[in-house]
Write a protein that binds this ligand. Sequence first.
Ligand code: AMP
Length: 459
Amino acid sequence: MCGLVGIYGVPEASKYIYFGLYSLQHRGQEGAGIACFDGKKIREYKNLGLVSEVFNEKILQELPGEIAIGHVRYSTTGSSTLQNVQPFCVTFARKTLALAHNGNLVNAHTLRCELEEEGHIFQTTMDSEVIMHLVVKYLREGLVTAISKAMQRIKGAYSVLLLCDNVLVAFRDPWGFRPLALGMINGGYALASETCAFDLLGVEYLRDVAPGEILVIDENGPKSYFPFEKEPQPLAHCIFEFIYFARPDSLIFQKNVYTVRKNLGFNLYKECPLSGAFIMPFPDSGTYAALGYAQASGLPLEFGVIRNHYIGRTFIQPSEKLRDLSVKMKLNPVKDFIRGKEVIVIDDSLVRGTTSKNRIKSIKLAGAKKIHFLISCPPLRYPCFFGIDFPQAKELIAAKHSVEEIRKFLDIDTLYYLSLEGLLDSVGDLRDKVCLACFTGNYPLEVDFSFRKDITEIK
Ligand code: AMP
């Protein structure tokens, strides 16, 4: 998780970044930051909190310049402290550098130990800092060489924006785990994790930064480098971006998220056609699959639970105690509507099962006669090491329990998960280019499991 925005060659770049980050707020709500090149050096401002809480007019005025990058953070590695908010900025050999990273490295631990042996001093607990250390280690050989060399060493998911004084560089891992799009604006360039940021800023989408590409933007315009000699790795775009994470109005991996989510709903109906009074989503995550199911079935789509929009995504607050409280605050059933009805409830995923248990309970208390619960992806059985915050295997309800056991735990009439084939069909021509590790346990690259006992337990 995390969201990135970059701007090159546009006056008041940091204001563009600010608005861009606003539209990527769903990708991380723990902290936000902007780094910009003011003509001489890079200035930065970052803090814990939402974009609207971190920045104000005065702060943005103190971030002048035409080149900037920004980041919204949700921690998957590294704790939730100010130190770990990005962009991560350093000064090295009279250059100022700032780095913003989306994704997770799987060999960060090994690399960090190695670098520390060589005398590198780390300031944070983020895997992203390892990328910066590797880049500066080779920086005297030139920026592109330095990034190429760093990319040969780091393994895992990384979509990165790097400012090196007045040069903006974007680079992406050869598997293409996390999205990163390139666009044009007023003669300048923009980069963003999702195109919904482009829509807001009036940026024209050009293309994605390619997996394995280093894209350098300087006064000569953009230039691409491909540091990997061999054929690109089999692509492994994160399918969970489509299922849950990205915004439905975005294009990621060149595909519209809304359309894929509706396809998930169509396929759910194909596999599990049910009858009932109406289809209802757990908003917002289940809304588009529910829409697809309703359209395929001809049954009405109703909003049987109402969302309080002023509560963030429940899983964003890391402590269990808070999670329970915000679940109750977030969704409230329309009791008069649900009472005595047989309802088909749709959500995008079941992770720990605790949120769903509470939500189902509230529908039951509202008097639902029967509850059918359909999930628009297969059972999540394996942790993600590439940037989605899936807990340890032991916390994933489907890792330890059968579908029937989960149905009983939820105390419902039907529980159905979309099949892997149904999921793949929904992404069309991307079916051979996606990472399915959270469902299958087949990780696209070797993970340094030595410090993650939970995965060896389950495999
Ligand atoms: P639960 O019933 O506790 O497994 O929570 C399921 C709900 O959490 C679904 O509505 C999901 O959309 C949402 N969710 C999605 N991704 C995550 C995640 N990485 N961690 C926790 N919850 C998530």
